[in-house]
Ligand binder design. Structure first.
Ligand code: NAP
Length: 459
């Protein structure tokens, strides 16, 4: 069994099965066997099942939220927020299932017709991370099921209990065995079984770029279609004409969500040198008012890092900054309550060679860099192998437009720190991956296009 521990206090929350290869293979068999019947259902039938699942979860939010606080460490308010976000995908794709339209194209030949239809790619698989144990799963499975695909999911080892609860509620409303399967156990072995089976026609992976690369090369052997939602190194740019109060609110919200353990968490704050000191002072005042605590309470608090490795990474990045004589304005060490809690930290006077300028921090750390010109900050923002999201704050229309074009990211966000919802295409460029989740674009990842030419029809 896999033991699931509460990162806030190390207590045992529950267990999930560490499945053998043959158990995983059996689940893959069921996923493949269920495909013909599921893809053959009317779109409305699939839609109705998704809608019922949405309603069942909506009526059980509290049980999900409390479980997520215990296994992930995020606070209750954030757990409820994630449930709303994740439910949005089930609701959206329950509707979208009915709108997988094709096309007709004016024919190139006499007495013929050209149509284009979209067909589900087949049985699919997904591997998900721990930072959004609910939403990461609903975002993938709702899309797959709506398109007519079946799906087998391997959730993260740290957060399998929320995943199994999602499976349980899916079964309760009649989403059949095989249509939605779940496996837990050795990640490498499961990854090999998913990618080595040519009947699995698509793999959707969210996680680190390192693991994404491994899976992509394995999928190269079977030419399995992929969606890759990988790491980020998000810039957050504040120009001298920005609304500073709004920028502070956006920065704090985006950064401290899930204690900074989010792929779209701002990782580099570039603030125009003329407002730098004022920004840092206000940011420190705002952040110092936020409590650090375990999450079973109603207000927003910063929680623990997910595990010791996550904690050590944050501590070591801050230590590197300290060695470089950066200024630690706030925090900079383990929080007084010990364990996996790290203090919200603000660091200034860092150079672009610092480790945290290149690496995803995944913790509650705000590194604030100075910049002078628009051209300079665009170049520095883009000087990363990642390209998931960029935030920027300015009131000038021309600059807003120029930056929306110049920034290398799948998502470019002006004057807010809030990014995701079911109706928009989420995803990255460069080493942040490829493919999109959410919106009408998301379902395109689960369909193949079939061109049908019918000739000799009206002679
Ligand atoms: P991770 O180590 O890559 O793990 C993600 C998933 O992959 C887990 O289920 C893990 O299983 C599994 N895994 C690990 N090694 C594997 C292997 N060799 N073969 C197959 N599967 C394997 O990432 P993480 O630390 O959990 O998550 C943080 C990363 O995810 C960050 O880089 C973050 O930016 C990224 N992320 C990206 C997005 C996005 O949408 N772009 C969203 C959230 C997170 P175990 O848990 O069992 O080890």
């Amino acid at each position: 069994m896999i033991e699931v521990l509460n990162p806030a206090n190390g207590t045992l929350v529950g267990e999930a099965p560490a499945m053998s290869r043959s158990e995983v293979n059996d689940a893959i068999e069921r996923t493949c066997a269920a495909f013909p019947a599921w893809s053959g259902k009317l779109a409305k039938e699939r839609s109705d099942l998704l809608r019922r699942w949405f309603e069942r979860i909506r009526d059980n939010k509290a049980a999900f939220a409390e479980l997520m606080v215990k296994e992930n460490g995020k606070c209750l308010a954030e757990a409820y927020g994630e449930i709303e976000y994740g439910l949005g995908f089930i609701e959206w794709y329950a509707e979208e299932a009915k709108r997988v339209y094709g096309d007709t194209i004016p024919s190139h030949a006499a007495h013929s017709a050209v149509t284009v239809v979209k067909e589900p790619v087949g049985p699919t698989a997904a591997i998900t991370p721990w930072n959004f144990p609910f939403m990461m799963i609903t975002r993938k499975i709702a899309t797959a099921l709506a398109a007519g695909c079946t799906m087998i999911i391997k959730p993260a080892e740290e957060t399998p209990l929320t995943a199994y609860k999602l499976l349980e509620t899916a079964r309760e409303v009649g989403i059949p065995e095989g249509v939605f399967e779940m496996v837990t156990g050795d990640p490498k072995g499961i990854g090999e079984l998913f990618t080595g089976d040519s009947r699995i026609r698509k793999l959707s992976f969210t996680g680190s770029t390192a693991v994404g690369r491994l899976l992509a090369s394995a999928c190269g052997q079977t030419l399995t279609k992929m969606t890759l939602e990988l790491g980020g190194n998000a810039p957050f740019i504040v120009f001298d004409d920005a609304d500073i109060e709004a920028a502070i609110e956006g920065a704090v919200g985006a950064k401290l969500r899930n204690s900074g353990q989010v792929c779209i968490s701002p990782n580099r704050f570039y603030v125009h040198t003329s407002i730098h000191d004022r920004f840092v002072e206000k940011l420190a005042e705002r952040v110092s008012r936020i409590e650090v605590s375990e999450g079973m309470r109603d207000d927003f608090v910063v929680g623990p890092m997910i595990n010791q490795a996550g904690f050590d990474k944050v501590a070591s990045l801050v230590e590197d900054a300290r060695q470089r004589d950066a200024h630690i304005i706030l925090g900079g060490q383990q929080h007084a309550q010990g364990g996996l809690f790290y203090e919200p930290t603000i660091i200034t006077e860092l150079d672009d060679e610092a480790e945290m300028a290149q690496t995803e921090i995944f913790g509650p750390v705000f590194p604030v860099y100075r910049f002078q010109t628009e051209a300079e900050v665009i170049e520095r923002a883009n000087a990363t192998e990642y390209g998931l999201v960029t935030y920027y704050y300015t009131q000038e229309l021309g600059r807003s437009f120029r930056l929306s074009r110049a920034l290398e990211a799948g998502m470019v966000i002006l004057n807010t720190g809030s990014v995701g919802t079911a109706s928009v295409p989420f995803g990255g460029v460069k080493q942040s991956g490829y493919g999109r989740e959410g919106s009408f674009y998301g379902i395109e990842e689960y369909v193949d296009i079939k061109y049908v030419l019918m000739s000799g029809l009206d002679r």
